[in-house]
Design a binder for this molecule. Structure first.
Ligand code: NAD
Length: 229
C-alpha cells in the first residue's frame, strides 16, 4: 500500500469546535499563550496553567471528530496512513486512525515533573495542584510547551522521509520544529496542502494547494491522491 503521511495542525479540529490560537490574534481562549504554554508560565502560576488545560479537556469532551478526521481514518482501507499531529486533542484516535504520532503531547495525559518518562492517563477532565506521580512529585499536563524539546521529532522525521505522498492539513507551518518536517520529504514525493489561508511552505517545492476548510478539502485531497495512482 502507498504510504500517505499527513501532518495535521489546529485547523483540522477547528470545525469540531476547538479553537486554533493563531486565528485569534495570538490569544488562546483569552490567555496570552506564554502564560499557559511555557515553562516560565508554569513556574509563575501552575494553578492557572492546570485550570486552563482542565477547561480545554472539558471542551474536548464536548467535541466530536469531524468529516476530515473521519475521512483520514477511512482512508486506511486503501492507503498506509500515518498521521503526525501538532494537536493535543484525541480526535484522530476517536475517528479511528490507528497510527497517530503526537508531536506536542496529549491533553488526556499527565506526566511527572521529576521524571518525564512517567506518563499517566487522566481520569475525567481535572488535574489539580497536589496530584502526584508515584515518586511524590507534582503532575503537569503532558504537553510540549514553547521552548521545550520535541522528543517525538526524530521519529516524525523518519516517517516523513519514508512517505510516498505527504500532506499538510490545517497547519500554518510557523511552529518549529514541526514545520521543518516538510524538508524531510524526499524530492519527487508529491506534497498537498489543505488550508483556507496561505501556509509557509518552502517555495522551491512543487505543491498542490486545496484552499478549503478541512471538512471539504480532505475528501478532495484523498481523491487527488487516488488519481495519482
Ligand atoms: P497552526 O499553526 O497549525 O495554524 C492553524 C491553521 O489552520 C492556519 O493555517 C489556518 O488557516 C488553518 N485553519 C483554520 N481553520 C481551518 C479549517 N476549518 N480547515 C483547515 N484549516 C483551517 O495552529 P495554531 O492554532 O497556530 O496552533 C499551534 C499549536 O498550538 C499546535 O501545534 C498545538 O500544539 C496547539 N494547539 C492545539 C490545538 C488542538 O489540539 N486542537 C488547538 C489550538 C492550538
Amino acid at each position: 500500500m502507498k504510504k500517505l503521511v499527513v501532518l495535521t495542525g489546529a485547523g483540522i479540529s477547528a470545525e469540531s469546535g476547538i479553537r486554533t490560537f493563531r486565528d485569534s490574534d495570538g490569544l488562546w481562549h483569552d490567555h496570552d499563550i506564554m502564560e499557559v504554554a511555557s515553562p516560565e508560565g508554569w513556574r509563575r502560576d501552575p494553578e492557572l496553567v492546570l485550570g486552563f488545560y482542565n477547561q480545554r479537556r472539558r471542551d474536548l469532551c464536548e467535541a466530536k471528530p469531524n468529516t476530515a478526521h473521519l475521512a483520514l481514518a477511512r482512508a486506511e482501507d486503501t492507503l498506509n496512513v500515518h498521521i503526525i499531529t501538532q494537536n493535543i486533542d484525541d480526535l484522530h484516535e476517536r475517528a479511528g486512525s490507528t497510527k497517530v504520532l503526537h508531536l506536542h503531547g496529549e491533553l488526556t495525559k499527565a506526566r511527572s515533573t521529576a521524571d518525564p518518562s512517567l506518563v499517566y492517563g487522566i481520569e475525567g477532565t481535572e488535574l489539580s495542584w497536589g496530584d502526584h506521580c508515584e515518586l511524590g512529585s507534582q503532575l503537569r499536563p503532558h504537553i510540549v510547551w514553547f521552548g521545550e524539546a520535541v522528543p517525538a521529532m526524530p521519529e516524525a522525521a523518519e516517517i516523513a522521509q519514508s512517505a510516498d505522498v505527504f500532506a499538510v492539513v490545517g497547519s500554518s507551518l510557523v511552529v518549529y520544529p514541526a514545520a521543518a518536517l516538510v524538508q524531510y520529504v524526499p524530492y519527487g514525493v508529491p506534497i498537498l496542502v489543505v488550508d483556507p489561508k496561505d501556509v509557509a511552505v518552502p517555495s522551491w517545492r512543487e505543491i498542490t494547494f486545496i484552499r478549503e476548510n478541512a471538512s471539504t478539502g480532505v475528501p478532495k485531497m484523498l481523491e487527488a491522491i487516488r488519481k495519482l495512482g
